[in-house]
Design a protein around this ligand. Sequence first.
Ligand code: NAD
Length: 495
Amino acid sequence: MIDLDPIQPICIAGHWRHGSGDLYHSLYPATGEAIARLHAASLADVEEAILGADRAFRASGWAQRKPHERAAVLYRVAALIREHSEALAQLQRLDNGKPIQETRSLVASAAATFQFFAAACETLEDTLTPSRGDFLTLSVHEPMGVVAAITPWNSPIASEAQKLAPALAAGNAVVLKPAEVTPLAALALARICDDAGLPRGLVSVLPGKGSVIGDALVRHPLVRRVSFTGGTRTGKHIARIAADKMMPVSMELGGKSPTLVLADADLDHAVAGVLYGIFSSSGESCIAGSRLFVARQHYAPFMERLAAGAAALRVGDPADERTQMGPLITAQHRESVERYVELGLQEGGRLRTGGRRPQGEVFDRGYFYTPTIIEGLSNDARLCQEEVFGPVLVAMPFDSEDALLEEANASCYALAAGIWTRDFQRAWRLGRALQAGTVWINTYKQFSIATPFGGWRDSGLGREKGRLGILQYMEQKSLYWGLNEQPLAWAGGQR
Ligand code: NAD
């Protein structure tokens, strides 16, 4: 659906043209080859996109359309994503190197997200509140205007849909800044929005450096809301700017999620779940189950099976249907993961498996790294506290449930957690006591667009998804409608 040969135009205020920033290449992480060339957006492009978005918000009539009419356009977006699903999955694979099986699911999720928020849009209800006087009271919701959406590189099409769909459903205009290294899915989504009949200018896509383009977007006075997914440090920086503007933000940030394998767990399920939880997406996942706690009496046999399972994972060509783990996103990111592994070993950790670049022709040019497990650290080691964002698991035994809970919760992050146990009362107890935005019990990394998602503490602010996710992009307003037959009494009822 996108011809990658020519220099890619970007979408600025309804016009497809080259960005006026520097020319750069988007690389395929499996080979390091350039797959697309494009000019980044410049600060002048940011200004143009925001002014265009504001104009489209005020003049296109989008916000004033009946909810079912807005929904109809979003249903068309979902249908077009499905129609082009294989092309989009291949594009996403080239853009960030995820295995094709996984990018197909991301595309399916993007379509489902548009469908879900189309439905949320046409079924959203305002409220008639109990009135306490001679007036009718209503609570209604209004769109905000220009929304900035800023996304990371790890699951572009899904995270971009997760912001675009509710923000548009709510009646807003959106200026989307994808990660510099993965611009293609966002551009494809903007094309699809055009084809579906969304008014021009309502969506702009500005690839480019976060510290320049993203920063300018957040600071712009016409931007009324920011929806950010990315690292905690960037999120805090954006939140500080937003505080000065008194602008609402939502933040989907980093994680260091604990997985708890209790003594009574079904070990087959737990081994499969832990492997999937940390090593799918090459560990480049905010919800990766990267800290593992296993009941001491099962620790040795469990780790035996887990290490064998990790070593047997199929790392390789993302285009191969059987591949489970592709490359990491960039050479620099792989170096960062390697530094973390070295740090863990310097801190006293022992390498159980992995900890190296795989060998062989298919791996020569890409940024591959083997599934890695490190043992022997305590929970306060830096490797157990900092987000690696790669295929690196730290494993620790535990002796008592109290100590387990204390350690599992001892993190600045609180995004997700997993529990493996057959005891439903224990699952309930631990599930309620774990501090995290999402807790999976006897499963991991499963998602429903109907269920709110977000983190506590350094893992974020606000919730995406869920039927009420659309309200994140709306201002609430109370309407009082006077029904008095007489003038208000305070002025003596004077006529
Ligand atoms: P990042 O914070 O470096 O970048 C994220 C986005 O912010 C990019 O588009 C980037 O260009 C932009 N950006 C960078 N500096 C900016 C600035 N000063 N102002 C405005 N925008 C700026 O993160 P990343 O490396 O792209 O992604 C990895 C991180 O994202 C990890 O920490 C991961 O846990 C997190 N993440 C969280 C979730 C979630 O839902 N909680 C999902 C995916 C990824």
